[in-house]
Ligand binder design. Sequence first.
Ligand code: H2B
Length: 100
Amino acid sequence: MSTREPLTDAQVDQALAALAGWARTGSGAQAAIEKTFRFADYAATIAFVNAVAAVAEALDHHPDLGVHWGRVVVRYNTHSASAVTALDIESARRVDALRP
Ligand SMILES: C[C@H](O)[C@H](O)[C@H]1CNC2=NC(N)=NC(=O)C2=N1
């Protein structure tokens, strides 16, 4: 199965059980996965954003990012599928791996 095929809400929830801090928002065509990361200062915040951008370019799969002082909200879904897909889950794993 392609990594850009839609996952059901139940499949998304099952995959997220292994990913700390990630949650599904919405369901069906509105489903996305989201996690908030916190940082001690703005420089660390932006360094993380740049690292996430590098992951996104490497996978050709790009999250919505909410960038705030000391806080970044990372949100993935697959636009072309109007769904959460295995590629979103893999992206979440790679973003988690950026943090010690
Ligand atoms: C041409 C390129 O592969 C597509 O536009 C990619 C780029 N990044 C993407 N990112 C996300 N989140 N969903 C997509 O469907 C998507 N499509």
